[in-house]
Design a protein around this ligand. Structure first.
Ligand SMILES: [Zn+2]
Length: 194
């Protein structure tokens, strides 16, 4: 019986590099993979791009709440999902069911929580039902393990706003930080407002 895997980590922890590598490993041995990415992610449209500018085309740009099953062909050896935090919980349930009834391993890569430390619905569902959960490690600038995602708008840390950024004129970036640095920056930003 195949498993549903969730490999989570903070921003820039190497998820894209890992998924490109896993796809390559399957294909090198002659197996076919189905590479899915949520269409909520606008970063690289129909491509997965890692920090070294290695890129790879995805097979399916999946809108929220659309079923995955129509894309599953018999010759697929594994399903790989990038930006899995943007899946809807019912898509996660469907992927779980595919792993069990079609016996295809499903490997999801994504964030656990957003810049306000709240879980993404898709990630929360994955944490509830995945057969295997693995953390991809990243380092904070202070040397501790980075677990949180700091959102910067025009280089200023921000703690309010939508979970998913709507494209605009502001420059939105993220920094992976440890829990302590996150709270310290948050407290400092509160003091600044007063
Ligand atoms: Zn830190």
């Amino acid at each position: 019986m195949a498993k549903l895997y969730f490999r989570y980590g903070s921003m820039n922890c190497g998820k894209s590099t890992a998924i490109i590598q896993v796809a390559y490993n399957y294909e090198e041995k002659g197996f076919k993979v189905l590479l899915i990415k949520s269409s909520l992610d606008t970063k690289g449209d129909n491509k997965i791009v890692n920090r070294n500018n290695l890129s790879r085309q995805v097979d399916v740009l999946l809108p929220p709440n659309m079923p995955v099953s129509p894309y599953i062909k018999d010759d697929i050896a594994a399903i790989l999902v990038d930006e899995a935090q943007f899946l809807s919980p019912n898509q996660v349930d469907e992927l779980y069911s595919i792993s069990k009834f079609k016996n295809i391993p499903v490997i999801c890569y994504g964030l656990r929580c957003d810049f306000t430390m709240k879980g993404f619905p898709g990630a929360t569902r994955l944490l509830e039902i995945a057969d295997s959960i693995e953390e991809l490690k990243n380092i904070c600038k202070c040397g501790r393990k980075a677990t949180q995602n700091l959102r910067l708008i025009n280089n200023i840390p921000t703690f309010e706003g939508n979970q998913v950024v709507i494209d605009g004129t502001d420059q939105v970036t993220y920094e992976s930080v440890c829990g302590k640095c996150y709270l310290e920056i948050k407290n400092k930003s509160k003091e600044g407002v007063q």
